[in-house]
Ligand binder design. Structure first.
Ligand code: NAD
Length: 286
């Protein structure tokens, strides 16, 4: 039986450190502020935004959700983001993705000030990350790295195989694992003989978006399994890994729900605090 990497437990322990950081900022009369821009009525996005709002409230982070109509134009959304960029009480801005089809997603991502880009999606922050420089790290990959660190899993010299090459998960995670001296393979929808590659993994990360995609025959005995996927199966949420099967061969595995998800939200809190601290330093230097 595999060891369960309990994301809820890890997130609650990290929360204590984050709360201390917030208390220190409040001693300097700084209240970290996060604005979340939610366009339209996508049910999953609404749920995610609700979780983010709750986490902010629990920690005493000022949070605002800017709810905008599904039919908004790119120009109108750019105006909203410009206003948020200019506000001194807002340290972090997050535009909930995906956006409705008519919107120019890349242009919108690029309109968020890199200093407030707590999602780490702005090309400047993406570039800094790939250079191994200090920057805002996208929340899910940062959460995965925290989970590995917290669980005393040293990635140096290990073969990490990521299934999925998205800008949100796969690519930034590859950069972070490389920076920690893992040997990294990134697989995607065009990878040939996928199971042969994944069977080589000491650490296998699934970010595919297909329920129970990773089965026992794709996993090496003793591998560490990180399941990023969130997929609906009726009323149930399942990961990209067939948990019941893979748990039999893995040495450690994340559950869904309660694995990577709680850490993603905690890293958003951490990035927002980071943004508030950066601003405070800039203000001092002026
Ligand atoms: P995406 O759709 O942008 O990317 C999916 C990737 O999977 C692509 O790179 C694609 O090439 C690859 N892929 C698809 N079919 C494949 C196949 N047959 N073989 C190999 N590779 C294949 O998805 P994403 O945004 O990276 O998200 C992935 C999953 O993670 C989704 O279920 C999403 O809901 C979830 N997610 C969870 C969190 C969290 O906090 N837990 C955060 C972000 C995303």
């Amino acid at each position: 039986m595999a060891r369960i990497l309990d994301g809820k437990q890890i997130a609650s322990e990290l929360k204590e450190n984050i709360a201390l950081e917030i208390a220190k900022l409040k001693e300097q009369s700084i209240v970290p502020g996060l604005a979340v821009v939610l366009v339209g009525e996508d049910p999953a996005s609404k749920v995610y935004v609700g979780h983010k709002e709750k986490a902010c409230q629990a920690l005493g982070i000022h949070s605002e959700v800017i709810r905008l109509a599904e039919t908004i134009t790119t120009q109108e959304l750019l105006v909203q983001i410009k206003q948020l960029n200019q506000r001194s009480d807002i340290h972090g801005i997050l535009v909930q993705l995906p956006l409705p089809q008519q919107l120019d997603e890349q242009r919108i991502i690029e309109s968020v000030s890199p200093d407030k880009d707590v999602d780490g999606f702005h090309p400047i922050n993406v570039g800094l990350l790939s250079l191994g420089r200090k920057t805002f790290v996208p929340c899910t990959p940062r959460g995965i790295m925290e989970m590995l660190k917290f669980s005393a899993i040293d990635v140096a010299g290990k073969h990490a195989v990521i299934i999925g090459r998205s800008n949100i998960v796969g690519k930034p995670l590859a950069a972070l694992l490389l920076a920690q001296n893992a040997t990294v393979t990134v697989c995607h929808s065009h990878t040939v003989n996928l199971a042969q590659v994944t069977k080589e993994a000491d650490i296998l990360i699934a970010a595919v978006g297909k329920g129970r995609f990773v089965t026992e025959n794709m996993v090496k005995q003793g591998a560490i399994i990180i399941d990023v996927g969130i997929n609906r199966e009726g009323k149930k949420l399942v990961g990209d890994v067939d948990f019941d099967e893979v748990e039999q061969v893995a040495s450690a595995i994340t559950p869904v729900p309660g694995g990577v998800g709680p850490l993603t939200i905690m890293m958003l809190m951490a990035n927002t605090i980071e943004a508030a601290k950066r601003r405070a330093l800039c203000n001092k230097a002026k």
